[in-house]
Design a protein around this ligand. Structure first.
Ligand SMILES: C[S@@+](CC[C@H](N)C(=O)[O-])C[C@H]1O[C@@H](n2cnc3c(N)ncnc32)[C@H](O)[C@@H]1O
Length: 279
């Protein structure tokens, strides 16, 4: 997304012509543009039409919520991997509350995107949601995905990339505080790393800020992040004193991240890739 120069300011237009359409314009903006939401990833998996018991790795599984969905909706066998012990503990605790039919299909192990605990050509699907920006050498991770997939197996990956609307100073600060590797959030680097992995591009969908729009329309998440940002900026000492400087910075980064997700500085992209049947 690029910033274009505005048309030159014109007093008559600004104070006479524009006010006559302002209300209608604002009313039009109240109409949803029907943004796509995170369920688009499940829709992509549905279209792959994988047989039940197909084998999947959920890379950077967090608390396991998506691994459970993949097992529940499609009967897949899912290995969730994550480098953070707390996430594995949460995922394993949540698994204990599932019906045995689903619980038996899901397991969790420690691992990273560039070192998956799976043999060569053993998996039908790599699912990776909102993880790749944290990966130090994305080319190693994409190559690792190619290694573990059987020929004809797929990757379904969502990640955020920076756009030209994210000022460089803001990107520096934001990426530092959120553990984002700048090159991993650079669309060109991502494209090159995918090309080098040997995976075929089935689809690459530019979701821009659609997930942010959707969560604002349904949960008010973006608006709340903006309000929290205003409070954090107006009275930092209040929050620093109660939660400490590090937690303050993380929360500030979280709010700024969500605002950029809606205002165009960060864009979602969904990559659907396939390991070629030969080669
Ligand atoms: C934003 S969370 C996303 C969690 C989950 N995929 C989701 O969409 O809800 C990022 C996750 O990636 C994990 N992570 C961070 N670095 C990683 C790496 N190098 N390889 C795999 N996972 C990583 C974190 O521990 C965390 O669980």
């Amino acid at each position: 997304m690029r910033q274009t120069r505005p048309v030159a300011w014109d007093r008559e237009f600004f104070y006479d012509t524009y006010p006559r359409v302002e209300e209608a314009f604002a009313a039009r903006l109240e109409e949803s543009l029907a943004p796509r939401d995170p369920s688009i990833m499940l829709q992509v998996v549905r279209e792959l039409d994988l047989p039940p018991d197909s084998r999947v790795v959920d890379v950077g599984c967090g608390d396991g919520a998506h691994a459970f969905r993949l097992a529940t909706h499609f009967g897949l066998r899912v290995l969730g991997i994550d480098p953070v012990q707390r996430h594995l503990d949460l995922a394993r605790a949540a698994r204990r509350d599932l019906v045995p039919e689903i619980a038996s299909r899901v397991s969790f192990e420690r691992g990273t995107a560039a070192a998956l605990p799976a043999p060569d050509a053993s998996l039908d699907l790599v699912w990776c949601r909102d993880v790749m920006v944290h990966v130090e050498h994305p080319e190693d991770a994409w190559a690792e995905f190619a290694r573990v997939l059987r020929p004809g197996g797929h990757v379904v990956s969502h990640q955020v990339v920076a756009t030209d609307l994210l000022p460089p100073d803001e990107a520096d600060w934001l990426f530092d505080v959120r553990g984002v590797v700048p090159s991993s959030a650079d669309a060109r680097v991502v494209d090159e790393a995918i090309a080098r992995s040997g995976l075929e591009v089935v689809d690459s969908i530019d979701l821009a800020g659609e997930w942010g729009e959707w969560s604002q329309e349904h949960e008010g998440a973006g608006g709340r992040a903006l309000l929290h940002l205003a409070r954090l900026l107006r009275d930092p000492e209040r929050y620093r004193a109660e939660f400490d400087d590090e937690a303050y910075d993380v929360m500030l980064g979280d709010c700024r991240w969500h605002v950029h997700r809606m205002s165009g500085g960060l864009a979602g992209r969904l990559d659907v890739l396939r390991r070629p049947r030969r080669g």
